[in-house]
Design a protein around this ligand. Sequence first.
Ligand code: PRP
Length: 191
Amino acid sequence: MAEGSWYDADIERVIISEEQIRDKTEELAKQVSADHADTDGGLLLVCVLKGAVMFMADFARALGRHGSSSELEFMAVSSYGSGTASSGVVRILKDLDRDIAGRHVVIVEDIVDSGLTLSWLMKYLQSRSPASLEVVALLRKPDAIKVSVPVRYVGFDIPNEFVVGYGLDFSERYRELPYVGVLKPEVYARS
Ligand code: PRP
């Protein structure tokens, strides 16, 4: 087996480094923890699979270090759309395992692109009567927004380019990259 990462040669440039992700996650967790210091019962984190799985794991651990306990829940949704563009029509592939009524819920997202998934998800979760509902998103593409969503905590605003890594995929690959980067055009051409 060759030494080194298999993926570096496929990446045109790194947009957010591993260190930047680590520092930002710590900063966001510190902020969320401070804002919820008086919250009873801890936070209920809702991870939207699959993209948010890396961020969820790191964010929950950072929250714990900053004094907030959390419970971890997972949802999987699929948006009907053509190619990479989502349509806003969302299908639930995996629902929550428990009641969130009266709980302080934080949706953990890897990226807000058009905002359509999150907009739908917020309405869906709001209808289940949480005590509060907020969003933390590691990445946001301001130029791609189609519907405005109240995202209280944002890590990085990034350009409207197709990015992979740290949970984000291209055809289910590149999720395990420790950084967020732009793929080389020849990688698209290959598939
Ligand atoms: C991505 C991402 C968000 C959504 C954002 O998920 O994880 O959930 O798209 O896009 P939007 O703001 O335009 O709605 P995707 O549907 O690619 O599934 P995945 O997380 O399993 O890769």
